[in-house]
Ligand binder design. Structure first.
Ligand code: BJW
Ligand code: ZN
Length: 331
């Protein structure tokens, strides 16, 4: 039998330094069922139970490197081979991973809410994730805004060259970056114990358009602007109405701007804030206020339970059967 929200095991109460916020599911359910304009801000914690590491805290180290230190233009300039090894590994891991119940639940909410409320659709998702799992869960693309790009977009580093290739699922991106999964246990190049062969500059991917520029992943690194088209679409939806009913802040440490700032933007339009996170210290921008919720637990468990009155029960096994696999090419 399908489990229901009342049977789920996530912790319903949490405490902040200033006051207690009773994170009761029933008041959240009452609010979401009457909400017409909803936002979700997604972070790496959403994909944690799909087996993908987060950036900060445990799992935030790739070999001896802090993952956030590899996500910079400076790191790429200094050692493009190392940064490509990191991103090729992330592409490889994400292709092997499966969307979890939270990805499917959010995709279903987006479908259910299409056309509800003012402006373009009643539920918009602002994702900081680059792993492609929301897309693979069938999240309607017009309501999914990829703030930090995608691991599967490839672009040229030459300032004057505008080469951009979306949906490149080639794994490995070039033969020199091949990761062998056949040994048991498989190659784990994320561990510093595993010898990492050096990759020569001439073996890295080059731009087919200008012929000389090095290609790079189409993700947003620190110090880079977020994609203008994405920011404009989000802005258009936000300004289409005076109100936003709810923002769900799911699996993010809320450290990175401008993404984290959308919580304050939504709040200024009346939104109540619901945080879903395994770590109750990870408060959203502006903290928590009376009427907000903090659900402590795994997003893959909490999110489907919270959305259940609107979307019904999420049968992950059935959803996974329907998943459209990205076309992976072996080089
Ligand atoms: C679970 C769970 C489970 C675990 N269930 N939960 C204002 C103030 C200060 C600084 C700035 C500012 N405005 C801009 C800046 C600078 C900078 C910034 O924000 N710096 C701060 C870190 C200090 N921002 C930028 O540079 C941005 N660009 C910009 O502002 O351009 C304008 C500009 C440019 C130049 C000059 C001036 C202005 C760009 C930011 C790009 C971020 N890029 C990355 C890498 C993307 C590519 C890649 O994936 O490699 O994006 S960094 C990394 O952090 C990645 C993530 O999307 C992002 C957010 O991380 P996230 O998702 O929150 O992950 P974690 O690991 O931090 O948290 C995981 C959470 O999940 C935790 O809370 C866990 O507890 C929880 N969790 N398991 C539920 N099962
Ligand atoms: Zn080029």
């Amino acid at each position: 039998m399908a489990p229901s929200a009342s049977q789920s095991t996530f912790q319903l109460h949490t405490q902040t330094s200033s006051s207690t916020f009773a994170a009761d599911t029933s008041s959240f359910h009452a609010h979401i069922t009457k909400s017409t304009r909803i936002l979700a801000l997604l972070g790496a914690g959403l994909s944690a139970s799909s087996g993908l590491p987060t950036f900060r805290g445990a799992g935030g180290l790739w070999r001896e490197h802090d993952a956030t230190e590899l996500a910079t233009p400076e790191a790429f300039d200094e050692d493009p081979g190392l940064v490509w090894q990191f991103y090729n590994w992330r592409r490889h891991m994400a292709l092997k991973a499966q969307p979890n119940a939270a990805h499917y639940a959010l995709a279903e909410l987006a479908r259910k809410m299409e056309g509800r409320g003012e402006g373009e659709g009643g539920f918009q998702t602002l994702s900081q994730n680059v792993d492609g799992l929301s897309q693979r869960a069938g999240h309607p693309r017009s309501t999914l805004h990829l703030l930090h790009g995608s691991l599967y977009d490839i672009k040229c580093t030459d300032f004057y060259c505008k080469y951009f290739q979306p949906d490149n699922f080639t794994n490995p991106i070039v033969p020199a970056l091949h990761i062998d999964d056949s040994p048991s246990p498989p190659e784990d190049i994320s561990s510093a114990h595993f010898p990492l062969p050096e990759v020569r500059l001439e073996d890295l991917p080059r731009c087919p358009s200008c012929g000389s520029g090095l290609l790079r992943p189409g993700v947003v690194w620190f110090g880079e602007m977020l994609p203008e088209k994405v920011m404009r679409a989000v802005e258009n939806w936000i300004t289409a109405s005076e109100k936003i009913d709810l923002i769900m802040v799911i699996g993010t440490s809320s450290n990175v701007h401008p993404a984290a700032g959308y919580v304050s933007v939504a709040r200024a339009k009346g939104a109540r804030v619901a945080v879903i996170n395994t770590d109750k210290r990870h408060l959203p921008d502006g903290g928590l206020r009376e009427g907000d919720w903090f659900f402590v637990g795994d997003a893959a468990e909490v999110v489907p339970a919270l959305l259940e009155p609107v979307i019904g029960y999420v049968d992950v096994a059935k959803m996974q059967e329907k998943e459209t696999e990205p076309v992976e090419k072996e080089k």
